[in-house]
Design a protein around this ligand. Structure first.
Ligand code: 8YV
Length: 315
């Protein structure tokens, strides 16, 4: 019996790539120079697609994939994937929610603490010999008793909140609507949350609905003593306004795992001591990526066996 043909947009990891190769006939899109041409030539019998939140799905490809039934993506976010366009063609879409909640929440707290305790400048201070020369390192800021505002209190936001409670922080959040299941204070406006917060952590989804939601006004409301922590999507923050606010002291600090134009972080940030920069590694632990990869495989396998993915995205 011939194997089901799938299109793999990019490499995932060795384990997932091997499993895909064993179970399916895999077309490797990342190896092709002319992707649309390749899809036009070989796409006819493709029934499944594997991609990631980073690499997404180009809607133009769908024309050349008339038999496509399912897309399985590594990552919880799907701002790079036009899910309604898939559904309009009767293509199911599955992402990898939940398995990365703890890991991304850990990253948010790691960034928050690295920023407040000046961890990176402190590390440099030891390495460059300043400590050895008896220079004094500036005092950092505590987090206990400080106000933490969470933008987007979904499962990752709640995992951040639980951790921050352990650090003795006060917690409020802003969502489109109040979540009656939680006891944290609700701020109906983002600007209200930013004014109240010492630390503003972004855990909301990306996409059109949140594009540049953290604007100049929000950053200035957070203020010269405030810190922005972003583990969601770079698009949520107006990056130009962020650079201006940081360089004019209108925002105290920023700790960023995501950027508007990845993998390009704005070079202006590189010389700033009050920023922490990471290369979008919120879910990037061995354990979490293994679980995400397994869910990518399971979504595909479950679809071809039972006609539906395990973790579908609706809407
Ligand atoms: C990954 C992510 O970096 O889950 C997401 O939405 O952004 C991250 O976990 C991504 O899936 C890798 O493409």
């Amino acid at each position: 019996m011939s194997r089901i043909r799938i299109l793999q947009v990019c490499r995932i990891d060795r384990h997932v790539d091997e499993q895909l190769d064993q179970a399916y006939e895999v077309l490797r899109l990342w190896e092709q120079g002319d992707k649309p041409g390749y899809i036009e030539q070989h796409g006819k019998a493709v029934r499944g697609m594997v991609t990631t939140a980073r690499d997404g799905v180009d809607v133009a490809w769908l024309e050349g994939l008339p038999d496509l039934q399912v897309v399985s993506s590594l990552g919880v976010g799907y701002d790079t994937i036009d899910v309604p366009a898939l559904h309009a063609r009767n293509i199911q879409f599955g992402n990898t929610p939940d398995v990365l909640n703890d890991c991304v929440a850990d990253m948010a707290l790691a960034l928050l603490l690295a920023s407040s305790r000046k961890l990176l400048p402190a590390d440099r201070f030891v390495r460059d010999g300043s400590w050895g020369r008896r220079q004094s390192f500036p005092l950092a800021g505590s987090v206990a008793g400080k106000n933490l505002g969470i933008v987007g209190l979904g499962k990752i936001g709640q995992a951040v909140a639980r951790r921050a409670e352990g650090f003795g922080m006060q917690i409020r959040y802003h969502n489109r609507s109040r979540n009656d299941q939680v006891a944290y204070g609700y701020e109906p406006t983002l600007v209200g949350l930013a004014e109240w917060a010492d630390f503003l952590v972004l855990t909301c989804p990306g996409g059109a609905a949140t594009h540049h939601m953290v604007s100049r006004d929000i950053l200035e409301a957070l203020g010269g003593d405030g810190t922005l922590v972003n583990v969601s999507r770079g698009s949520v923050v107006d990056e130009r306004a962020l650079l201006d606010a940081l360089s004019h002291g209108k925002l105290g600090a920023a700790a960023l795992d995501v950027f508007e134009d990845e993998p390009n972080a704005p070079a202006e940030l590189f010389a700033m001591d009050n920023v922490v920069l990471c290369p979008h590694v919120g879910s990037a632990t061995v354990e979490t990526r293994r679980k995400m990869g397994q869910l990518v495989l399971d979504n595909l396998g479950h679809f071809f066996k039972h006609g539906r993915v395990l973790t579908p995205v609706d809407g």
